[in-house]
Design a protein around this ligand. Structure first.
Ligand code: FAD
Length: 320
């Protein structure tokens, strides 16, 4: 049996978790078994049943009051209890800060194997081999996973979450938790408002030093607004305070994996690419045809950003 942890955001299943369900369902199919999802926290049954459209046949819902706020220790205990309850052999975790923290704790509780950064479906034809991304996406390693319980943390965009017509039953799950699960108590959570989260965004428009200064961002913001995109930047841009630090993308900044990443006036240094190389489609706009970003991009536009951006924005608006 394959168990998938689905992460909730204000009662809705996150997109990355729907990808994890699709991934888990594909693993279950290849192994001749079924996929069950586990959700922790407040959500209504109709929302949770959505996991059925991505391949889960059952959703376990742990919704005790003390689990309302994300708590990696307690959530790991719930996940470990669900693994035992369902006799799960494979556990799938989407990529997120919470899941990274839960994965290691769950593995320790169960004495399970854990592999993170998994990029493809496992090869179950001879053992259980997975490919994982290493060295910030510059190389891949194949791991033969042993152990009766295998926990896989999957990278964003490892699989396309295609909505099908399947349905899932939703069952309450109430494992016994003890005080030790709540030694670190989350007393409240506040979400940044008004901006799209870079890690969840489908589209990101990002700017580098080629934008020339903090007062020149409007053409980039206009394109982002027309596309419903989040905005990001290179490290020097945030170091220079042209843009806020939470927009800094790359090896030392946020790692993103949108469906579309548009890089405007960014050279494409390896430290920047390390944060964007999981994007599905990359478009680079640069006036230098030799800019390294063009080697990593799916589409390249050679030109001046201040000429190209307004034309792109107009084209997007006209197409609507
Ligand atoms: C340890 C370490 C960690 C780092 N971590 C990160 C990180 O996480 N993220 C990150 O981004 N960087 C990081 N860096 C910095 C990285 O090496 C580069 O210096 C940085 O990414 C360059 O930023 P940039 O492309 O915006 O600027 P530049 O290198 O100055 O490039 C600007 C680009 O804009 C183009 N351009 C100029 N004018 C125009 C115009 N009018 N129209 C179109 N194009 C134009 C130029 O041709 C050029 O390619 C790190 C460096 C180190 C040493």
């Amino acid at each position: 049996m394959v168990l998938i942890f689905v992460e909730l955001d204000n009662g809705s299943i996150k997109k990355t978790s729907l990808e994890a369900v699709a991934y888990g369902a594909a693993v279950a199919k290849a192994s001749g078994t079924t996929a069950t999802a586990l959700a922790i926290g407040t959500a209504d049954a109709t929302e949770l049943a959505k996991a059925g459209a991505y391949g889960a046949t059952k959703v376990l819902h742990a919704n005790a009051a003390e689990l309302a706020n994300e708590n990696a220790m307690a959530y790991a205990s719930v996940l470990a209890a669900a693994v035992k309850n369902e006799n799960a052999e494979v556990v799938i975790l989407p990529k997120s800060g919470l899941c990274d923290a839960m994965g290691a704790r769950t593995a320790a509780k169960l004495g399970a194997s854990i592999v993170s950064g998994v990029t493809e479906l496992p090869d179950v034809s001879n053992g259980f081999k997975v490919t994982r991304s290493i060295y910030t996406g510059k190389a891949f390693a194949t791991v033969d996973v042993k152990g009766s319980v295998k926990i896989l943390g999957i990278k964003k965009n490892a699989i396309e979450a295609v909505e099908g017509t399947g349905s899932a039953t939703v069952e309450a799950f109430t494992p016994a938790l003890n005080n030790g699960d709540f030694v670190a108590k989350v007393t409240g959570q506040e979400k940044a408002s008004g901006e799209l989260s870079l890690t969840e965004a489908d589209i990101i428009v990002s700017g580098g030093r080629g934008m020339k200064g903090p007062d020149n961002w409007q053409p980039l913001l206009d394109l982002a607004s027309a596309l419903g995109a989040a905005t990001g930047c290179s490290k020097p841009v945030s170091d220079l305070d042209w843009r806020p630090h939470h927009e800094h993308i790359g090896q030392t900044g946020i790692k993103v994996a949108p469906n579309l990443y548009i890089a405007c006036g960014i050279s494409g240094a390896i430290q920047h690419l390390a944060g964007v190389n999981s994007s599905k489609v990359i478009v680079a706009i640069n006036k230098d045809p030799e800019a390294p970003f063009f080697k990593a991009a799916d589409y390249g536009i050679v030109g001046d950003v201040f000429d190209i951006l307004p034309r792109l924005t107009k084209a997007v608006k006209d197409a609507k």
